[in-house]
Design a protein around this ligand. Structure first.
Ligand SMILES: [Zn+2]
Length: 635
């Protein structure tokens, strides 16, 4: 149904004429370009705006009762040209509320009453949420209708006091890890994004799709019993107060050390407290210009860390660390692998100095990213650990530096993390078995009626189409784009895209337009089949013919006719294997398919007698590989 409906939309509506290219623009995106909030050259428009919130949060968490309670003041900046008649607040812990919709099963013991809002006021107006008419609670959203509207260029002060019970099992991106270790995310009520494309983001969190958050500054104080170490987004402001002196000294050393330091080792736990000894300790974090705040805690995790100069010009260092259970064998190398990943990311791919002050990999129960934090399960092999670690850290750029709406456009962050992982892991001697992660899954679904065009709003997709369109397919697309443009233009366009949109909210068309603009090419012919149409990648060796034999030596000239059976444009890679086992390689980018033709002839001069021809490699998807190999009967 979904696929048929989408195809109807795509074929009935004419492309919008005012763009330099002829990609299909949905009406909600089109009006943003008309209002000048986004520009057709790919830049933020003259009238670009985004709202933001500064969060001052006090949280206390009791690891015994699992009760998390908090009080916050949000200073919300309405930079939009609109008067806001309501405020939408996400209460993400309501994911575990009885009766709500979930993509993943939740253990009965973890189902609860959701978030209890004890107090809420907006600009001094108190809301009794029991009363009808002033608010609405639907899914994981709480919508408030203040008497005094929030006019353009004004701020609103929102105060909320709340509590909820943290999930023990059913760990989905947050919750208990073991009885005294926790990864806690989405813990506080936060104002939903109000943007120039859709207005309020009223998506209710159901577990599969990810997040979309405003930029903001966070001052967070977390009150915990002594003995627990807390790791969180941003800078720990009072390390001297919360750590025992010898741990504090090691932590300070690690912040400036290229050599890895075991900040907390097993002996430290044996020999005395690792934290201060006051019954209750308050951990103070400050994070500027981030989209979220998450934290983790444990009373027994080991902790390794070092720092790395990520920007040679300024000498700026990033602290890179791992906190883990002593039984997680793979985690002993995670801090050092993370350090190597961040070095590669800063200098090679995407070759942008790591944009945050630290990156903490916490040994949790998921495979999930948060600003400056990762919640990763332990894995059985070094290969899995390296691939997983590089993937999650890569998210620091997408979505956390770029402010992407992951809920609607999952490929805009997961696709980059997929290709990032697939490019970086081989540099750490752990290449993907599939060349690009999830290539085979894409090949399985491509062109079937389980697949919808990649531009399809991720909110409307489910398991198999969601995962293919979010990970493997866009990962392959980004690699194919780099192959098409060449490294010089690709990195220039990628860096320009990042420069233009970091700290903002790019949508797919800002990406398409920026790559058109910087490459000085209209890439619509390439974007269209990959994003807007149904199709599949399938090349085949149609004909092979020897057109010349050297008379004095064994040299030969061959023609190979390649047929493009599927519409998705992919590169042509051929290996000519000679009888003496020497290999002659041929490469062409997907540009050969730009004019829409279905066939392409490769003419190759070979220094010997031909034995076999192979088409394709592990980075190039192909739904039918049976016709990609030709044994030559060459006497
Ligand atoms: Zn990811």
């Amino acid at each position: 149904m979904k696929l048929v409906f989408l195809c109807m939309l795509l074929s009935v509506w004419k492309p919008i004429e005012f763009q330099s290219n002829d990609l299909y623009f949905p009406r909600n995106v089109q009006q943003a370009f008309e209002k000048g909030t986004r520009s057709s050259d790919g830049r933020p428009g003259e009238n670009y705006w985004q709202n933001s919130g500064d969060y001052n949060i006090n949280i206390s968490f009791d690891p015994k009762t699992l009760l998390l309670s908090g009080k916050e003041t949000i200073v919300y900046h309405n930079n939009s040209p609109d008067t806001l008649h309501k405020i939408v607040i996400h209460l993400y812990p309501d994911y575990y509320k009885k009766g709500l919709l979930h993509n993943y099963p939740i253990d009965e013991k973890d189902e609860n009453e959701g978030v209890t809002v004890e107090q809420l006021s907006i600009n001094g107006e108190e809301f009794d949420l029991g009363l009808k008419g002033n608010s609405e609670r639907l899914g994981t959203n709480l919508t408030i209708f203040p008497v005094k509207k929030i006019v353009p260029e004004s701020t609103a002060s929102v105060q909320i006091t709340w509590h909820y019970t943290v999930n023990k099992g059913s760990h989905n991106r947050t919750g208990e890890v073991d009885s005294s270790s926790f990864f806690l995310a989405y813990t506080f009520p936060r104002i939903a994004v109000y943007d120039d494309i859709d207005g309020w983001d009223t998506w209710s969190y159901i577990g599969l799709q990810e997040f979309y958050n405003d930029w903001g500054n966070f001052q967070v104080e977390i009150s915990m019993p002594a003995g627990f170490v807390v790791w969180g987004t941003g800078e720990l402001m009072n390390a001297g107060e919360v750590f025992d002196k010898k741990i504090f000294d090691k932590y300070q050393a690690a912040l400036h050390s290229d050599r890895e330091i075991d900040i907390i080792n097993a002996a430290d736990y044996k020999n005395g407290p690792v934290t201060g000894t006051n019954q209750q300790l308050t951990w103070k974090f400050s994070a500027k210009d981030v989209t979220d705040f998450a934290f983790a805690l444990s009373d027994h995790y080991l902790w390794d860390g070092s720092s790395l100069v990520v920007d040679k010009r300024s000498g700026r260092r990033v602290f890179i660390d791992a906190a883990y259970n002593k039984d997680s064998k793979d985690f002993k190398e995670v801090a050092s692998v993370s350090r190597k990943c961040i070095d590669i990311m800063s200098n090679t791919y995407p070759a942008v100095p790591f944009p945050f002050q630290h990156e903490t990999i916490f040994n949790g129960l998921d495979e999930m990213e948060y600003p400056m934090m990762v919640n990763d399960n332990s894995t059985d092999s070094r290969k899995d650990m390296v691939q997983l670690t590089s993937h999650e850290i890569f998210h620091s750029y997408f979505p956390f530096y770029m402010g992407i709406n992951e809920t609607k456009y999952a490929w805009m962050d997961e696709g980059w993390a997929t290709i990032g992982e697939s490019i970086i892991s081989p540099m750490l001697n752990e290449p993907e078995d599939e060349g690009i992660f999830m290539r085979e899954k894409y090949e399985t679904i491509a062109g079937t009626d389980d697949e919808v065009p990649m531009i399809t709003n991720s909110e409307l997709q489910t398991q198999v189409s969601y995962s293919t369109n979010s990970y493997g397919k866009p990962g392959i697309f980004y690699w194919t784009l780099q192959n098409l443009l060449g490294d010089e233009i690709f990195f220039r366009a990628l860096h320009e895209y990042i420069n233009r949109w970091h700290g903002k909210h790019p949508v797919p068309y800002d990406f398409f337009n920026t790559f058109n603009d910087v490459s000085a090419q209209d890439l619509s012919w390439f974007f269209k089949p990959w994003f807007f149409e149904s199709g599949y990648p399938d090349l085949t060796i149609k004909e092979v013919s020897k057109i010349e034999s050297g008379s004095l030596n064994a040299s030969e000239k061959w023609n190979v006719l390649i047929e493009r059976k599927g519409s998705i444009p992919v590169p042509v890679y051929l290996e000519f294997i000679l009888q003496n086992n020497a290999i002659v390689k041929f490469n062409s980018t997907a540009a050969i398919w730009q004019d829409g033709k279905k066939e392409f002839t490769v003419e190759e001069q070979l220094p010997g007698k031909l034995k076999e021809i192979k088409l394709g490699n592990s980075f190039i998807p192909d739904t039918n590989k049976k016709d990609n190999d030709r044994i030559i009967n060459n006497k």
